[in-house]
Design a protein around this ligand. Sequence first.
Ligand code: MN3
Length: 327
Amino acid sequence: MRWFGYMIHRFDKLATELPEPAAPNANAAAAVQELMGGKFGEMSTIMNYTFQSFNFRARTKFRPFYDLVTNIAAEEYSHIELVAAAINLLLTGTTTRADRNAASPIKTKASKTNRIRGSGATKNGADPAPLVDAMDMRNTYHFIASGQQCLPIDSMGNFWTGQNVFCSGNLKLDLLHNFFLECGARGNKMRVYEMTDDPTARALCGFLLVRGGVHIVAYAKALEKLTGADVGRILPIPDVNNKKFPEAAKHEEKGLHTIMFRWSPEDYRELDKIWNGPHPEDGQELVVEDDIPEGAPWPEFTEEPQLVSPGSIDPEMIHWYSEALAK
Ligand code: MN3
């Protein structure tokens, strides 16, 4: 098998480790959706840079710029994955676990309308509603359209749209857009951070502030190399340094804000023509690393039987699987 001929090389790892939520938190998950499917979310960054890379003209002449946009597009995949994992961690356990297929009848709290005050019992023997808590959650798609999982939507439940992709074909304009997109994304991350003190959401925002910060500096440097303008002088946008956020500062202490990873074993060799010199905010030297980060394991997401998620499995298949494992 020849690994390096494939277009996409995927690893079953997350970009960074996410802690368990302090408690299940569906409304924090709804807020974090902005970082997935919002106008400035990770779906927008990946699709903007992907389309710009597909459409890039005169690649030989503008090789460092092509390499930069294309390489950053690859990193954005890991950001979509990480946002998904954070949302799914926050949603796990947000409704009462109950299995309608279980031998004994499901025992959960009664729905609000049928509840007998202070008893947990229902009037007239009404069937309990294990998803009743979802009635008060900001995003009911999480419980109706998915099994308490992320969707390609923003924090208000609007589905992501290709209208968020800007791809003018003019390099200066596209780079200026990308710089603006990353600054807008940064503003959104900061505000989601300020909305919740949940450790999962804040770890996500902290990491994305650092890696998104790399992309802000990358597009600033690209505009500088293309035009001579000193774009780095207007940073940070918005006007708070990443080091003010503890979950971002811990990554910057290890220099994560100075590294451009090369997301290919063979290609994108000219990143260092743009990614070089001092970081515009703290003056540390920028470096291209030829290896991608090791990553962290995906969390194991518990079954949610009240949503029949993931549902049952053929007993013979379980038997076959346990036999195969025993060998
Ligand atoms: Mn990103």
